[in-house]
Design a protein around this ligand. Structure first.
Ligand code: NOJ
Length: 758
């Protein structure tokens, strides 16, 4: 009788939609919990384990294929033994899989469909590192909202994004996928992304569930080599790596993904400390954790688990709720419960978390709500392109502009557009391109031709960069021998007044598994640049790259350098907007650019060391063969105008617990054109129970100023801002002296002192 009532209540709530989706209300949380419990109570152990299994729809692999064949996957779907699928694309395909599950399984628990929607679905936005360079949180949110809309139009209702791994090593190919080296900026972007994807209400069919990944430390792989071990201490973990994840959790991100790496010998996937104690314990986060692709089974080669069953035991105990294409949970969990090795309560906890997300997405009310073919017809793709162009131009960073070579003067009569990426319509789409079509971007050459530029334009590729077939899983071959196009490029450069050279990285040079030991201009590009430079010094170098690249020679010899990342669908138009001065560049680097690869990992928020400088001797912290510090620092970026900062003023140099002070700084546009400046605030805790970085970003604000205009920018300083994970292992502010620094990048700063008393 009891069971019967529960069934009734499940179908009542399920079909009548009595649940208010406003998850902010206590009662709705309670209602969801009641429903989750009522479903869980009806499930067999096998069905529960099934919810914890995620299968790949085999046609779009983003990792090594599992041993489970398609036929077997279908059979399991029909029995309701799959909780989710990834890489199943299109309304037809997702609907087919959902029907297979809903029409045949006993429990009829809807599937969710995940996909790597990293920087757009069809309309492609700048790669995340590039978009972060805009320091524009509304832009980050808007591109996520658009990506969500285009995803649901194809049946996808869950993205494995944002990637919020702090990454400070340009050798690591996945640096393109995150927001760079700073935890404060990354946390802000994380929240913007989660809000953009998930909107106000996860049940809204125009939103998708987001994933905070990779939990944790993945971006700090030793040597910048993907999947490598991470060796960081607890303070680095808490102060540098975890803040963006905490921010995403607080913003209500639906899911977390754990990571491939070990931290101090423990695989993140098997880390109880990370998943149970911190995420689900201290942070009290209620969503579910999906493993990374096969990361549960990968605990075997890590030397942490004997076999899949053992790996399943470790992962479920540690708090990993869903096994992505790894085969460990289906191989091990039921057996482990039956043999009494794990408590079924562990499984229940994981399944509750998964069901909770499904309820919040409204899938029990309508499992097909995201499979609406009509939705696609109404997606305003043209509007999305306009937004993509707007965000792309905001993401561009002007690195150098000697003698105001830029913007291109209307008096210029002849321009040679040169380089392997100058007319490349594919590279701007970048890696992790979801359903962004190959060769669908506007190239730089096209972008320039689309303008009212009167100058005559010639074009030469010079050299090729990537050769042969390029795809997500295959290694890229770089051209290192074919120089046949160089003479033509040199001739065209010689004949022109101005050269626009477009160099950098192939789309598939950065991304997963794309770590590099060298980060200069690959192949024959530097040779081409030097040859062109011999005949024409008026060069504007446009860089397209997913990672910081080493451009020391160029920065010493080329008068104008524009960092244009991989800017997505509207790349060429956005670049032309900046080159012609239709948009005054406002981007700032979210990551340090090195003078040489040997400086990596390189980051501004570093420790001082006991020997920070010494002009006389060799015995201080430096490399003897290179100038200390980056070529271009974090937060750096020029404009076509110039800004002058006044002396910062603090309303009070004493701060007490619970109090606040206002830091005011004036910023003046001292040039001739309107421009935007990202005013940055950094902090240094001079003496602490744990040595603190020499500076850390604590705030930023974008101001727009007309020529000659001055604005006062204010930052509120309170004790929250001074907090860090102290020697007592908690977040708190410690008494003492602090430096507050403001300026337009992490090196050109003006300082005021502050005293904090408890
Ligand atoms: C492995 C990657 O590490 C992860 O970020 C991605 O979401 C999954 N593969 C699924 O493609």
């Amino acid at each position: 009788m009891k069971k019967y009532l529960i069934i009734i209540s499940y179908f009542f709530f399920g079909t009548m939609g009595a649940y208010s989706q406003n998850s902010g209300l206590k009662s709705s949380v309670q209602e969801v919990e009641t429903k989750v419990d009522s479903v869980l109570n009806l499930m067999t152990l096998e069905e529960k384990v099934g919810q914890m299994v995620q299968y790949n729809g085999s046609w779009d692999l983003t990792g090594p294929a599992s041993e489970v064949g398609n036929k077997e996957k279908e059979e399991r779907l029909k029995k309701g033994l799959v909780g989710s699928m990834l890489n199943v694309l299109s309304v037809e395909a997702t609907e087919k899989a959902q029907r297979m599950n809903m029409e045949n399984s006993r429990m009829k628990i809807p599937l969710i469909f995940g996909y790597d929607v990293i920087h757009g679905y069809k309309t492609i936005f700048p790669v995340p590192l590039g978009e972060t360079a805009s320091w524009d949180l509304d832009a980050a949110k808007e591109s996520a909202r658009i990506a969500a809309l285009e995803s649901v139009a194809e049946g996808v209702n869950w993205t494995f994004s944002p990637m919020i791994d702090i990454s400070r090593d340009a050798r690591w190919g996945r640096i393109m996928e995150g927001s760079g080296e700073d935890p404060y900026l990354t946390a802000k972007i994380a929240v913007a992304k989660v809000n953009g994807y998930q909107g106000e209400d996860l049940a809204d069919p125009n939103t998708i569930a987001a994933t905070a990944k990779h939990f944790a430390g993945y971006g700090l792989a030793e040597g910048g080599k993907d999947y490598n071990a991470v060796n960081i201490g607890k303070h680095e973990l808490h102060n540098m790596v975890l803040p963006p994840f905490k921010a995403a959790a607080d913003a209500g991100v639906a899911t977390f993904m754990n990571s491939f790496n070990t931290i101090d010998g423990i695989p993140a996937t098997g880390s109880e400390r990370l998943q149970r104690d911190i995420l689900k314990g201290a942070w009290d986060w209620q969503g579910f954790v999906v493993s990374d692709w096969g990361s549960i089974s990968e605990m075997i080669p890590h030397g942490f688990a004997r076999d899949k069953v053992h790996a399943a035991e470790i992962a479920v105990t540690a708090g990993s709720d869903m096994d992505m294409e790894g085969g460990a949970y289906e191989a091990g969990l039921a057996q482990l419960v039956n043999e009494g090795k794990i408590d079924e309560a562990l499984i229940d906890e994981a399944v509750k978390r998964i069901l909770r997300v499904k309820f919040k997405m409204g899938l029990f009310e309508d499992p097909y709500k995201y499979m609406n073919a009509d939705l696609k017809k109404n997606v305003p793709y043209e509007e999305h392109r306009k937004t993509a162009r707007d965000i792309a131009k905001k993401s561009i960073v002007l690195l150098k502009n000697e003698n105001d070579l830029l913007p291109i003067k209307s008096s210029v009569k002849k321009i040679a557009v040169i380089g392997p990426l100058a007319d490349d319509k594919d590279t701007p789409i970048g890696n992790w391109r979801a359903q962004g079509e190959a060769n669908s971007a506007v190239s730089v050459l096209e972008g320039l031709k689309n303008t009212d530029l009167k100058a005559k334009m010639t074009y030469a590729k010079g050299v090729t960069l990537g050769e042969g077939e390029r795809s997500f899983l295959m290694p890229l071959k770089i051209n290192k021998t074919d120089r046949s196009g160089i003479p033509d490029a040199v001739a065209k450069a010689k004949d022109a007044e101005l050269v626009v050279m477009v160099l950098g990285e192939d789309a598939f040079q950065s991304g997963e598994g794309r770590s590099q030991a060298n980060i200069g201009l690959a192949g024959l590009q530097l040779e081409l640049l030097k040859e062109v430079h011999k005949v024409n010094k008026n060069i504007v170098l446009v860089l397209m790259n997913g990672r910081p690249i080493e451009i020391t020679w160029a920065s010493e010899n080329i008068p104008a350098i524009v960092e244009a990342w991989q800017l997505g669908t509207e790349s060429g138009n956005a670049i032309a907007d900046v080159l012609l001065g239709k948009y005054n560049p406002s981007g700032k680097l979210p990551v340090s650019f090195p003078r040489a690869v040997g400086q990596e990992p390189l980051y501004y928020n570093r420790m001082n060391t006991g020997r920070p400088s010494n002009d006389q001797h060799v015995t201080y912290s430096h490399y003897t063969d290179i100038t200390n510090g980056p070529l271009y620092p974090f937060g750096y970026g020029l404009s076509y105008t110039s800004f002058e900062y006044g002396e910062p003023n603090l309303s009070s140099s004493e701060l007490n617990t619970g109090g606040s002070a206002t830091l005011t700084v004036s910023v003046t546009n001292t040039g001739d054109v309107k421009g935007k400046e990202v005013v940055q605030l950094y902090l240094h805790d001079l003496v602490a129970s744990v040595a603190r970085p020499i500076k850390e970003l604590k705030g930023f604000e974008m101001v727009e100023l007309a020529p000659g205009e001055t604005k006062n920018v204010e930052f509120t300083i309170d004790d929250k801002m001074l907090e860090f994970y102290t020697a007592s292992e908690k977040w708190e502010a410690e008494e003492g002296e602090f430096e507050l620094m403001v300026g337009g990048n992490s090196e050109d700063l003006k300082t005021v002192k502050l005293n904090f008393n408890k």
